[in-house]
Design a protein around this ligand. Sequence first.
Ligand SMILES: [Zn+2]
Length: 707
Amino acid sequence: MKIRDLNHMLNGGKRLTSLLLIAMLSLSGCGNKETKQEEKTTETTEETTTEEQAETSSYTDGNPWMDSDLKENITEGLETSPTDDFHLYCNYDWLTSAEIPEGYTSYNTFTEVYQDITANSLALLQDDTMESHDAKLCQTLYNQYLDWDARNEQGMAPAEKVIDDLEAIANIDDLNGYLLSEDSDIFVSSFISLYNDAGLSDSSSYVLYLDGIGFTLGGAEEYTDRTAQGDAAYDAYKNLTVNLLGRIGYSEADAEKMFDNSISFETKLAEVSYTSGDEMSSDYIQMINNPYTMDDFCDEFTNYPAKDLIELYGYEDAKNLLVANPDYFQRLDEVYVNDNIEEIKDYLIVDYITSVASYLDRDAFDAVVSANNAIYGSSGATPDDENALAFVSSLLTEPLDRAYLEKYDSTQKKEDITEICNSIIETYREMLEQEDWLSDETKEKAIDKLDSITVNAVYPDKWESDFNDLELSEDSFLESIELINTYLGDLDVAKTNGKVDPEIWGFDILETNAYYDPSGNSINIILGILDGPFYNEDMTTEEMYGGIGCIIGHELSHAFDTNGAQFDKDGNLNDWWTEEDYQAFTDRAQKLDDYYDGITVWGDVNVVGEYVETEAIADMTGMNAILNMAKDVDDFDYELFFKSYARLWVESTYQESENYYLTQDVHPLSYLRTNVTVQQFDEFYDTFDVKEGDNMYLPPEDRILVW
Ligand SMILES: [Zn+2]
């Protein structure tokens, strides 16, 4: 997880939905050469899956419910009752007919809505009548991506040139010479990522964030305590490396050795890096809160050219730095020496070729798809036009968002969603006022924070840049990528030491997701989620409450989960709790963790409560707020409400991907987002006549509602 990912998403790991989309995430502007952590997180290979299956024979032995997200668990004749397994009961028809599209790791409501938005976006990319600079930029890049004739003609040549440069490096001086030269390739790692973002202790000003590399095998823990997921990533990336380097003349034995050298170098850095568990814990914000001045940071290095690189990227004037993991940089400096030059070089070559492969010719692209399929259990590939769109969206986010708004008027949606958000905030206030376990002092601060929340609905009125100065290359796709990266890098550098403008959201509004941003103290209910079962104009009140209503409630709740609770009303990391109240709060969260810890997904695999704590709190609190609103609606149809809610979390996925969500994602598994949430509320018990002894039953004293 990058620091940037601290924004609480509705649907984190589900960004895996489109594998190619993940590959695109590796290229996120800023000239900061981010690495592809997410792309590379891991699963079991087909081989081990078969073995495991032979051992456990099936994954249907979950407790108290079978994992109905698993495609292989869903068979005919599983009809159940609302008192036994509410999620399966509501979604049985959907689950039995769901097909996971080619190249996707899962199919769910988010995918369905994503596909609607995708169809609209593709229509605009193919619409010649659109004249704006935004539309033209997006269309040019889209067409370059899809110009396979040109890409195939170039073949591996662009990569060969870079690898020749890297091969010529004989010692650390050469390496510094390469990394510090203006024409070092944007896909070559420099072991550091830098970008400006709102400060943790003063969210009104930009701070320069510094972070390290992402790891090939997934979480850093895979390098000290390898799991089947790490093994799968190891095999898939080794094969990919051999394939790609083989095409430019390396023998299989040489390529394999380079891959192992690369992993060996990553291990040196991984040993001191945060694990997936660290990143998912509520202490993570405190762990990364390490302020430095530029001099203090740069003075720590004797070998690694931190100061020169920061200058090369244009950030040398930054006054306030935030270093995610000082141990990482200390270790980097220790291992950045001539003794390790072979490993370092091999790391750079392997990392480079696996990063750039998606943007080379068809064979290289297909090899990346195969590697991802081996890791996530998926098969086939997503359609080319979708991949091209996802790529355009990742690099030209603002131009694409604006072109979309130009073609599809969304002003009514903005009005409607703003109004819904405001009425939910009203109810939320009443809910906070009634909390009997909070002192008046803390309650007042909580309500203050609620009242300060900014509602960012649908699309922003202000953008970071008009992109008017950006023109793409006439003849080369890779050159266009470089031009865009430089442009985005310049935009980020321009923020250095500046004030944060809260009117600029910094989110892709076409993403099928929603966010709470703790630094901005804002909820972001964006255009990309406002379709299908989440929201549409023909919905009844109950469907809307069970859909976008619960989503908005969820996002508001992040202001008061165990992460959000550490930030004050101005978005600053600041303790606003009395000691007793915070203790009572964490005790309640602990009870929730303990309950989740006791849920068996399959075999002897249980949920880790601590990982999913914040998102589970948000799901339940969101529903609590909406049920309070429902009290004011005449003849409210609770059955329809709960069923609409269950519909949000339909999911059909492969065991490999489910295992990934379980170990690397902060959201509870989808079937649990339905079942555990609804079983906290009297209204659910009354509506479906759930009684002691029923599988869905939880005695009132064991319920885990935090708020
Ligand atoms: Zn969330």
